[in-house]
Design a protein around this ligand. Sequence first.
Ligand SMILES: [Zn+2]
Length: 119
Amino acid sequence: MQCERCHQNIATGEQHEHLGQILCEDCYMEVLSPVITCDPWAVHSAKTFEREHRGRVELTETQQQILAVLKASGAIRPGDLAARLHLRPSDLERELATLRHMEKTRGELRNGQRYVILW
Ligand SMILES: [Zn+2]
């Protein structure tokens, strides 16, 4: 089964249905999150994302830092990652959403805890 939003494979039983679409955990959280839809920066980064996808992809400094931490430590919980980089959790989630769509990072559940890992 595939997520209809990001086309990631979804394990059976982990899919979510939203407005008739089958979504993965991450996309489901995203579409349900009012923070992202109400945040002007989300619109900004979505536009940035569109532009980058037509041309070359450029990572922001924060995104590079996230990737550097992941390369050094492997899996890390979003809360720990936010603390390490002195980011607000909502800011981190936005960066992670962008990185996920660039296929740089993805989320993984381990023992019921959400971890961020390299794609
Ligand atoms: Zn998805």
